[in-house]
Design a protein around this ligand. Structure first.
Ligand SMILES: [Zn+2]
Length: 213
């Protein structure tokens, strides 16, 4: 198939950078509510959540057309060509290629967290409410159904870096007496969840080793 406007590839929002998130927490820890910065981070995360939701829908058989945003139903068979009424077409294989290896896909509990953020964030009124929603989202966990224990942090779908880097990053975020109320509590909850699987995370193993010395 020749590539051209007719077989436009879908594009996905990238993960938010660690730098942006760090700036938000540093500002918040000083008791400053920079609404422009909060919105920048919040809407970046929201776009990423929407991409993740769309990617999951596409894998489930309902691909969004990158040309007109219409939904193209497909069976996921290899070699199948997705065709939209607007004239766009692309093989499912080429479509799926754009989704893979981008930390876009998450299981159902993750998507539920993303859905609720997408609804709640634009409705939040105060900078404190927005900050808390961002904080809850990035400290969310994938829940392991069988044992109902927290496993992978959701943050890896949302913030740039490898899983271990993102965990180390979250551990070092600023939090102080002037931080938005609730931020410290979210962190404590997150910290407990990481502790359950501490063997997975190099940064945590190092920290624990230092403590034992
Ligand atoms: Zn279309």
């Amino acid at each position: 198939m020749n590539s051209g406007p007719q077989n436009l590839l879908p594009t996905w929002a990238s993960r938010v950078t660690q730098r942006e998130i760090r700036r938000l927490y540093e500002t918040d820890a000083r008791g400053i509510h920079d609404e422009e910065l909060i919105n920048e981070v919040g809407y970046g995360l929201l776009a990423r959540c929407l991409s993740s939701i769309d990617a999951a829908e596409a894998v489930g058989g309902k691909a969004r057309c990158p040309q007109c945003s219409g939904i193209v139903v497909h069976s996921g068979r290899s070699g199948e060509v997705l065709r939209c009424s607007c004239g766009w077409e692309l093989t499912w294989e080429d479509y799926f290629d754009t989704i893979q290896h981008k930390q876009l896909l998450g299981a159902e509990p993750v998507l539920r967290q993303f859905h609720s953020f997408v609804q709640a964030f634009p409705a939040a009124r105060t900078p404190q409410e927005k900050t808390l929603l961002i904080d809850q989202l990035i400290h969310g966990f994938h829940w392991f159904c069988k044992t109902n224990t927290p496993t992978r942090p959701v943050a890896v779908n949302l913030i740039e870096g490898r899983l271990s880097e993102v965990v180390a990053f979250l551990e070092n975020l600023s939090c102080g007496g002037r931080s938005t109320a609730g931020v410290a509590e979210n962190y404590a909850q997150w910290d407990k969840s990481i502790e359950v699987n501490s063997g997975w995370y190099a940064s945590r193993r190092e920290r624990d080793a230092k403590r034992e010395r």
